[in-house]
Design a protein around this ligand. Structure first.
Ligand code: DAU
Length: 335
């Protein structure tokens, strides 16, 4: 199997590459990544010398670069992890999100169609469904994106649907709940809070902290994408969820406990504009049809994650200085 993973230097993509190389001896894997602030080859240091793995630097929004990639390699499958993903950044500056998440997906779909690639998995988010007060989103729920980030992901996902419907392009879309685990860039709430607490800093809880998110440990998500890649039906959509739903304040208390800090480290700050109140995914289809189920509870996954950040200071410390600090200040000026 020859696989292209786009965005493989990011948090989820790099975990997926490591997962696939460990489980499939006969794999050839190309990682195509632009290396934005969130892409970090340190995430893949342990596999960079593997003869089955090749890294190519490039931008999905650059049509010629995508064409050159598909001209140089024959792929059996493509997994699209490349995306701008952080909601707060999309509120500050949406443009990059449109280029990568919409135009980039379009270039990939065109290449998959033109080169007859056997299948493409579009890794997407539950945020395209917007906020749900009660109950859950299923695969038929309407898209109601509320941030420039989720709108751009929705745009890419709509293109996937249209390509499958119009051209028979063998693309499958997944909508996952919130990921967490080792190597996640410390702007997302879990790694931000863990690293702040390890540094003895407060954690900024947006608004009343009663917003609910559903959480999946990275290894469980990797297994879900692997199942979709191997057994998913082209043209279908699969939600990925765990039912591990918690209000942000409850999540924060778990992190305080694991990091040995008390509630005085909680700082309530102004809310995120347009903040979605609750996400909740109905993942019965992937469980039923592909036999996937999550294996890691939130408590166990958080304990593993805190342990990883405690023992990998050299990885995250540099990420919280320089350009990160500039962004962080900007974000706070905005709120
Ligand atoms: O639902 C899946 C999505 O989850 C992914 O598609 C996105 O790429 C990913 O960024 C994530 O979106 P969220 O906005 O839910 O994740 P984030 O980690 O930014 O925030 C999680 C919750 O924590 C959210 O309710 C906002 C809150 N929060 C976040 C930050 C960064 C805080 O209270 N304080 C913070 O400093």
């Amino acid at each position: 199997m020859r696989i292209l993973v786009t965005g493989g230097a990011g948090f989820m993509g790099s975990n997926f590459i490591r997962h696939m190389l460990a489980r499939h001896a006969d794999l050839q894997l190309v990682n195509f990544d632009k290396l934005t602030y969130a892409g970090n080859l340190e995430n893949l240091r342990d596999v960079e010398d593997d003869s089955r793995y090749v890294f190519v630097r490039g931008d999905l929004a650059d049509e010629a670069a995508v064409e050159a990639l598909f001209g140089a390699h024959a792929f059996d499958a493509v997994v699209n992890y490349a995306a701008e993903t952080h909601v707060d950044r999309s509120i500050l500056d949406p443009k990059a999100f449109l280029f990568t998440d919409v135009i980039g997906t379009y270039h990939l779909l065109e290449a998959v169609k033109k080169h007859g690639v056997g299948r493409m998995v579009q890794v997407s988010t539950d945020e395209v469904f917007g906020s749900v007060e009660d109950g859950t989103f299923n695969e038929m729920s309407p898209f109601e994106p509320n941030s420039p980030y989720s709108a751009s992901k929705a745009g890419g996902d709509h293109l996937c649907r249209a390509y499958a419907h119009t051209y028979g392009t063998p693309v499958i879309v997944t909508h996952s709940c919130n990921f967490y685990g080792p190597y996640q860039y410390p702007e997302k709430v879990i790694p931000l809070f863990i690293t702040n607490l390890l540094e003895g800093k407060n954690v900024p809880v947006y608004g009343d902290g009663q917003q609910v998110r559903e959480w999946i440990f990275t290894e469980d998500h990797c297994r879900a994408i692997e199942a979709v890649l191997e057994k998913g039906i082209p043209g279908e959509v699969y939600n990925i969820g765990t039912e591990e739903r918690r209000p942000n304040l409850e999540l924060t208390r778990l992190l305080l406990g694991l990091c040995g800090r008390d509630a005085s480290f909680i700082e309530h700050v102004k809310d995120r504009p347009g903040h979605d109140r609750r996400y909740a995914v109905d993942a019965s289809k992937i469980r039923r049809e592909l036999g996937w189920a999550p294996e890691v509870s939130l408590e166990d996954g958080l304990a593993k994650t805190v342990e990883w950040y405690k023992t990998h200071e050299a990885w995250w410390k540099p990420l919280k200085s320089g350009a990160y600090l500039e962004y962080y200040k900007k974000q706070y000026v905005m709120r």
